[in-house]
Ligand binder design. Structure first.
Ligand code: PLP
Length: 465
């Protein structure tokens, strides 16, 4: 066998060994960043090192700093764990080393994104002719979608924002829930609107937009270019906005409707959960993640737009030496802010092939059922469940903010599972997100037991708090 085959085999073997140990390994990293830095931060060598030795050194140096985020008991943030076929597809994609710019540069990368994007739209119930830009995640998708929205609403007001920028442009109203994800604000910063452009709408008790307040806020302003941001899947509670009612109100003001559905959009792929995103297809643009609930490797998100020409109009460019861009049918590179880009279509194709329609629905349903099991298990241990568990997110309180923070810290140090904290409605809470294909009932039960153990020890040490 040649050297490259041996090297790739060894790399795959090391990766697989690591992954197969995740179900039993502590979820936290073995060492913290400061310790790792001390060990690894050495001067660059003058002489080259053979590739095989580099691989061995890399793996032994960095493995202690790995967190078992792809494992079955990581419930922090909203984190999936890459599916077997999707992981293998990414290994092959790295070997192929394709640049997903357009079909001239890689017919394979281009067609994989087209086909996988088509399957994705069909599964989550979006229009078949919508355009799909494969971006880094929902942050990228929110930025692209709001750039597209900016292009459209300003063009409708007679303003060419791509040519003339924002100085002197008509004011654009951005209407969004107080519970929007923070990446909407960062997108507004990057796009020159500024975060103060947001006209905030109140949310209901579970964090979904208050439709009556949306109507009031929309009715308050001057008619003009308007963007309404709705959300499917509140990052704390999992709540989904009433997309049908919200879109109908926005239409009365000729507003562009963007739906941030980083993980919540996947509810549409489950017959038992699709009612949560009823009306989703009526919007103009959508953000969705691949690396969260679809369980493809990092990084992967989708900026989806009902109006492909508008999508390309805000992003496409060409140059004298380039071919395959800027044509009547948008190419891959016309739908994303990058030029050179990794080929993400292969992992999405592989994940959707591996799961099939039934497997995606089952993944969504299973995570939701396990989230409810988490809530029931903790509730039975006298822990307060703060949100209505509508999807895969659970929020719990252990009493005071200080106690909740101590227990989050204790659970993270214990290592059985990993959960993070949040501040929601003024309270410190523990956040549970069940988003991994490999999590089982036993994983949830074991995690609940560990959390209750840490809570009991804390109650003993600090009875009054
Ligand atoms: C996670 C999340 C984002 C950001 O997604 P990234 O993939 O981290 O860029 C945006 N919106 C919502 C609702 C999210 O849950």
């Amino acid at each position: 066998m040649d050297d490259l085959t041996l090297l790739f085999q060894r790399a795959a073997e090391l990766a697989a060994q690591h992954r197969s140990g995740l179900a039993e390994a502590p979820v936290r990293a073995a060492v913290d960043a400061a310790t790792l830095r001390q060990r690894v931060d050495t001067a660059i060598r003058d002489a080259p090192t053979p590739a095989g030795a580099v691989l061995e050194e890399l793996v032994s140096a960095f493995t202690p700093g790995l967190v078992a985020t792809p494992g079955p008991r990581f419930f922090g943030f909203v984190i999936g764990g890459a599916l077997p076929a999707a992981s293998a597809a990414d290994v092959v994609a790295v070997g192929w080393d394709q640049c997903a710019f357009n079909a001239v540069l890689s017919p394979a990368a281009a067609v994989a994104e087209e086909v996988a994007g088509g399957w994705l739209k069909e599964l989550v119930g979006l229009p078949a002719d919508a355009s799909v830009g494969f971006v880094t995640g929902a942050q990228g998708a929110n930025t692209v979608s709001l750039a597209t929205a900016r292009h459209h609403v300003l063009a409708a007001a007679g303003w060419d924002v791509e040519r003339d920028g924002l100085p002197g442009a008509p004011v654009v109203r951005v209407v969004a829930s107080v519970e929007r994800h923070a990446t909407i604000d960062r997108a507004l910063r990057l796009l020159g609107f500024g975060t103060s452009a947001v006209e905030e709408v109140a949310a209901d008790r579970n964090g979904a937009i208050d439709v009556a307040d949306l109507e009031a806020v929309l009715g308050r302003g001057e008619p003009g270019p308007t963007i309404v941001c709705l959300q499917a899947g509140n990052v704390n509670t999992g709540a989904c906005d009433d997309l049908r009612a919200g879109t109908a109100l926005a239409r009365r003001h000729d507003a562009w409707v963007h739906v941030d559905g980083a993980f919540g959009l996947w509810a549409g792929a489950s017959p038992s959960k699709a009612h949560l995103v009823d009306g989703v297809a009526l919007a103009d643009s959508w953000s969705c993640d691949g690396h969260k609930w679809l369980n493809v490797p990092y990084d992967c998100g989708f900026a989806i737009c009902a109006h492909p020409q508008v999508h390309a109009g805000s992003l496409s460019y060409t140059a004298s030496y380039l071919t395959g861009q800027g044509g009547p049918t948008p190419a891959l590179g016309d739908l994303v802010p990058e030029s050179s880009r990794r080929a993400r279509g292969f992992t999405v194709w592989a994940a959707l092939r591996e799961l099939g329609r039934e497997g995606v629905a089952d993944l969504v349903d299973r995570c939701c059922t396990l989230a409810q099991r988490f809530a029931d298990g903790l509730g039975a241990g006298s822990v307060e469940v703060v949100n209505d568990v509508v999807l895969n997110q659970v929020l719990v309180s252990f009493g005071s903010d200080a106690r909740t923070d101590r227990i989050i810290d204790g659970v993270q140090r214990d290592g059985t599972c990993w959960l993070g904290g949040t501040t929601w409605r003024g309270r410190r809470l523990m956040r549970v997100s069940v988003s991994n294909w490999s999590t089982t009932e036993a994983d949830v039960d074991r995690s609940v037991a560990a959390i209750l153990r840490v809570a009991a020890a804390d109650a003993e040490q600090t009875p009054a708090d």
